[in-house]
Design a protein around this ligand. Structure first.
Ligand SMILES: *Cc1c(COP(=O)(O)O)cnc(C)c1O
Length: 393
């Protein structure tokens, strides 16, 4: 698109223009949903030399290509493949880099179902799985073994929001053939560019910010030049694909990603600062706050922050937590995040931390801040915190 004389297009412009071809589709602005399995070839020769862009529904069509092209450009990768969920994208990335007898290092702050895949499936396939503390930085060099073939980073961790020193982890790995895989769901490529900081593969739970409206599940995997051939092959061998209707929803969500991220960022920060000043809240786990222990790293490596953060309250009986949650009027109680609606979830680390023990006895609560009026959200939280206080005993 850009000629060599012009400066490169910004992400905002890529988000509005890439991955759609009005000239090929009767002038329609949005790439239509390409439902289909069989794709016809005009003659035997084109079937035999696969000379047309699409050959079979599962392996690609205009709907999947529209998202792949856009995400590849945003991440600065060589290629992208799609998956029916974020978890499927993560497991595909891991399977593309690991074989029987290999070792993988996984952040202790990883998304819990990712841990289950590593602990159950990867170990069954003969891969040894070890966890590291997310604040390890250069210290990871002590953990690297001859057979270590991948490091799975999630920065920030999506419950406790530790920021990882990705350049230090990349330097520790040096020239060895260890793939660094980063779950970049929280920041999106607009606010964090892992491939430029030494990562090889980035993964998104597109379910969250890309789709952006809580209306489907989606995953993307983007690799650099070195890891693209094996990612491409593994994705094909596993038979993964995303449904054309879901590709359409992801592409449509991506068109407004930049303005949604700016709004989420501003609103989440306002609520985070307001909570920090609340006399019942003991701490706020948001990496963009100066009080966060990783704030310097955050400011060095990230261009902005997302919709999701946690805060802590003094531990109280279950009845106090129920009093807070059950009468929330606006915050919905539910998994996932990334949509226009605000969500609240209690955080229980007992099942998903093995090397970092929780520092204190506290009740962590995670929030996703959506697009409701900010004062309405504060009022809802304020009433919930008073119910918690009254029921604390
Ligand atoms: C939700 C999430 C996933 C998994 O995505 P699904 O589409 O639910 O499978 C992975 N990583 C992070 C950080 C997530 O928030």
């Amino acid at each position: 698109m850009a000629s060599s004389k012009k400066p490169p297009l910004s992400n905002e412009t890529l988000l509005t223009h890439l991955g759609r071809w009005p000239d090929e589709q009767h002038g329609l602005i949005n790439t239509p949903v390409s439902r289909g399995s069989t794709i016809l070839f005009p003659n035997l020769k084109s079937l035999q030399d696969l000379s047309q862009p699409y050959s079979y529904g599962r392996t690609g069509n205009p709907s999947s290509r529209s998202v792949e092209e856009l995400v590849t450009a945003l991440e600065g990768g060589t290629g992208t493949r799609l998956a029916p969920s974020g978890l499927a994208a993560l497991s595909c990335a891991l399977m593309s880099t690991l074989s029987s007898g290999d070792d993988v290092l996984v952040t202790d702050s990883a998304y819990e179902p990712t841990r289950k895949f590593c602990d159950n499936y990867l170990t069954r396939m003969g891969v040894s799985v070890r966890y590291y503390g997310p604040r390890i930085g250069t210290g990871i060099s002590q953990l690297l073994k001859e057979n270590t073939k991948a490091i799975l980073v999630e920065s920030p961790g999506s419950l406790t929001f530790e920021i990882q020193d990705l350049p230090a982890i990349s330097a520790a790995r040096g020239q060895s053939d260890i793939a660094i895989i980063v779950d970049n769901t929280w920041a999106t490529p607009l606010f964090y560019r892992p491939l430029e900081l030494g990562a090889d593969i980035t993964v998104h739970a597109g379910t969250k910010m890309f789709v952006g409206h809580s209306d489907t599940s989606f995953g993307t995997i983007t690799a650099n030049e070195k890891y693209w051939p094996q990612l491409h092959a593994t994705h094909y061998q596993l038979g993964l694909c995303a449904a054309p209707d879901d590709c359409f929803l992801a592409a449509r969500g991506l068109r407004t990603l930049a303005i949604r991220m700016d709004e989420h960022q501003a609103r989440a920060l306002e609520i985070a600062r307001w909570l920090e000043a609340h006399n019942l809240v003991t701490r706020v786990l948001h990496p963009a706050l100066p009080t966060h222990p990783d704030n310097a790293l955050f400011r060095r490596d990230f261009a902005g922050s997302g919709s999701l953060f946690s805060f802590a309250l003094p531990r109280a009986p279950q009845a106090a937590l129920a009093a807070l949650f059950d009468d929330m009027e606006l915050f919905g109680i539910g998994y996932s995040w990334g949509g226009y609606e605000s969500l609240i979830l209690p955080v229980d680390l007992s099942q998903n931390r093995t090397v970092t023990t929780p520092e204190r006895d506290e009740q962590i609560i995670r929030l996703h801040i959506g697009f409701e009026d900010i004062d309405d959200l504060k009022n809802d939280l304020s009433a919930g915190l008073e119910r918690y206080r009254s029921a604390m005993g």
